[in-house]
Design a binder for this molecule. Structure first.
Ligand code: SF4
Length: 214
């Protein structure tokens, strides 16, 4: 069963050739560790902390910048809410397709539920219509509906740790239908595309630059 994740959809939209390299040919190109190192450490630390592990031994391994980011997250009002789950894999059926992804954290305040996504880099340019926002909200809504009927509120929060800001997107049923439409169209496009086009405007920072005769 193929599960369409936000990364699969984003890659396809960005450059179909890149999608072919990454997901059809399964070509993995090592990337500079430094680019993602900071984000990975903060995400791992947050997960251990939320599930109740003792994280004291990890703190001295953080750089000064990472300690600062970690403290911003610790003091974030959404991160301080009641813990439901973290590094949480969710999937949902969407017509003939499956969509899914892994939430950084799922928190609650009474009947208000929040999907948290920590960003140490930039948040999406259009967070309302980002594939990650759409997929996570649809999947979390499905799970909550099973337990609570309609007796809950759901939001997605991008925690922008670079600028110490929160960007909140509230879920509603109209938005849900709109999201489903966009995702279905994109999944259909992916499964019916036979020849993958190149987006030459994205080559400069593409890890497949050396393989691709662009
Ligand atoms: S080098 Fe350019 S055309 Fe080739 S896969 Fe990357 S972005 Fe696409």
């Amino acid at each position: 069963m193929q599960v369409f994740s936000p990364n699969i959809l984003k890659t396809f939209e960005e450059c179909q050739k890149k999608y072919e390299f990454r997901y059809i040919q399964k070509l993995n190109v090592p990337q500079l560790a430094g680019i993602y190192e900071k984000g990975k450490k903060i995400h791992a630390l947050a997960h251990y902390y939320l599930r109740g592990d003792n994280i004291e031994k990890f703190i001295p391994t953080l750089t000064e910048e990472e300690k600062h980011i970690w403290n911003l997250l610790l003091n974030n009002k959404y991160f301080q809410m009641k813990y439901v789950n973290s590094e949480y894999n969710l999937t949902s059926r969407l017509g003939e397709f499956w969509i899914g992804g892994r939430l950084d954290a799922f928190m609650k305040d009474n009947n208000d539920y929040y999907i948290l996504d920590y960003k140490t880099g930039a948040i999406p340019k259009n967070p309302q219509e980002d594939f990650q926002t759409m997929i996570y909200l649809i999947c979390a809504n499905e799970i909550l509906k099973k337990g609570w009927g309609n007796n809950f509120n759901l939001s997605f929060v991008y925690i922008d740790l670079k600028n110490n800001q929160n960007h909140l997107i509230t879920f509603d049923s109209d938005k849900n239908e709109h999201y489903k439409e966009i995702l279905s169209l994109t999944c259909t496009k992916i499964t019916t595309t036979k020849s993958y086009s190149k987006n030459l405007s994205r080559c400069k920072f593409c890890e497949y630059n050396k393989f691709c005769n662009h």
